[in-house]
Design a protein around this ligand. Structure first.
Ligand SMILES: *Cc1c(COP(=O)(O)O)cnc(C)c1O
Length: 401
């Protein structure tokens, strides 16, 4: 039904169709949420013209079904691509979907790739358990050990996957060195840049091929949705977009709208995350109840020089060990008033966790220790609250350690 003329039809049919035509959206200040699963054709000739034309499109002008695209989604993707100054971005249903889709499409049976040891835990699980079943081999190297990275390259090595800064110790990559190794051996580079964000670092500027983000974190920024993206050139994103149409990890239009809405304040949010991170890291480093702080903006961080060279700011995540044991760290966390206990990061609300309890609880203590995860390690994911309020809260809670 394409008019509002509901004369002569039953209320039952009117309830389904009336009032929806004509669809006028183009003078809207904001991008409308185009909440549909399918797209219609005026008549059979229009459908045939669409089928004939679409073979020649690089970027679809329209699609026929929601798994292949949506106008609200296109706007969010274009904004994300612009943030990285890239050709194109693909939005998918979570950060993990971005990682799994990318690796499944870039790698084939018999291939080998390299990841760094401190990558997101689910990424490492996917690489070692899932991809191994499909005959794709993976070597893990220590962060910062570029000699081992180069030594791990085999004839069938296709790519290097890494992350920067990493979770929870915020190790940073030497981008020029990584890209040089990859180029010397004809490998692709894929970086999970979730902790960095395009506000603080743009890996594509160094020649990295693809950047992945958990949009769930700083980009969407409000702790209220899950999404992921892959950003790069048209040529590298196109096969991923086709794969998404087959594999199905799509973002619904309402989530795409929330991403657009969240991104409006990306700049001011990041400025405050960075300011809070730096101030809190300095406060903690001077505090007698704190043994050690990891924050790339501090001179004491092992990758401070790399961070200074490549990053505009260092983000809102600060990790530190209290001068106590795991129970002392828990007493500190339980005494906090502003940060809530939860995983995740990058949202407006400050969050806090003891990594050993939240992400590594199922791991043997000696394996956790080998990764540098002590029981008394605390990860603070600072939000955009007032810096003074946060520091006052941390000060009173540190008295309970
Ligand atoms: C959260 C996170 C992911 C996974 O993203 P989801 O949106 O939760 O699927 C991947 N990498 C990093 C670095 C993350 O912080």
């Amino acid at each position: 039904m394409t008019t509002n003329d509901t004369h002569g039809i039953t209320p039952q049919t009117a309830a389904v169709h009336a009032g929806e035509a004509p669809f006028v959206a183009h003078h809207s200040l904001t991008v409308p949420i185009v909440q549909t699963s399918a797209y219609t054709f005026a008549n059979t000739d229009a459908l045939i013209a669409y089928q004939e034309d679409r073979m020649f499109w690089d970027v679809p002008e329209r699609v026929e079904y929601g798994r292949y695209g949506n106008p609200t989604l296109y706007a969010a993707q274009a904004k994300l691509a612009a943030l990285e100054d890239a050709d194109d971005a693909l939005l998918v249903s979570s950060g993990m979907a971005a990682i799994t889709t990318t690796l499944l499409i870039l790698l084939s049976q018999g291939d080998h790739f390299i990841i760094t040891e401190d990558c997101y835990r689910r990424t490492r699980i996917f690489c070692h358990s899932f991809l191994a079943r499909y005959g794709i081999a993976c070597t893990t190297v220590k962060p910062g050990d570029y000699a081992s990275m180069e030594a791990a390259i085999r004839p069938h090595t296709k790519l290097i996957f890494s992350e920067s800064p990493t979770n929870p110790l915020l190790r940073c990559l030497d981008y020029p060195r990584l890209v040089q190794i990859a180029r010397d051996h004809g490998l692709k580079t894929v970086i999970d840049g979730t902790f960095g964000t395009p506000y603080n670092i743009r890996p594509l500027d160094y020649g990295v091929d693809l950047v992945i983000h958990s949009v769930t974190k700083y980009l969407a920024g409000h702790n209220d949705l899950l999404a992921g993206c892959v950003v790069g050139s048209f040529d590298t994103i196109a096969p991923l977009r086709q794969a998404q149409g087959v594999m199905g990890a799509v973002v619904d239009p309402h989530t795409a709208f929330l991403i657009l809405r969240g991104l409006k304040t990306f700049g001011p949010r990041m400025a405050q995350h960075n300011a809070n991170g730096m101030a809190v890291a300095q406060f903690l480093e001077d505090h007698p109840k704190v043994r050690r702080v990891w924050y790339p903006g501090l001179a004491s961080h092992p990758d401070h020089a790399l961070a200074l060279d490549s990053m505009r700011g260092y983000g809102g995540v600060v990790s530190f060990e209290v001068e106590s044991d795991g129970a002392g760290a828990s007493r500190f966390i339980d005494a906090l008033r502003i940060p809530q206990i939860a995983p995740s990061l990058g949202g407006v609300e400050s969050l806090v966790e003891q990594p050993y309890i939240i992400s590594y609880y199922d791991m043997a203590p000696e394996d956790r220790l080998a990764l540098g995860i002590r029981d008394e390690l605390v990860r603070l994911a600072l939000g955009v609250e007032d810096t003074g309020d946060l520091i006052a809260d941390l000060a009173q809670a540190l008295d309970k350690v």
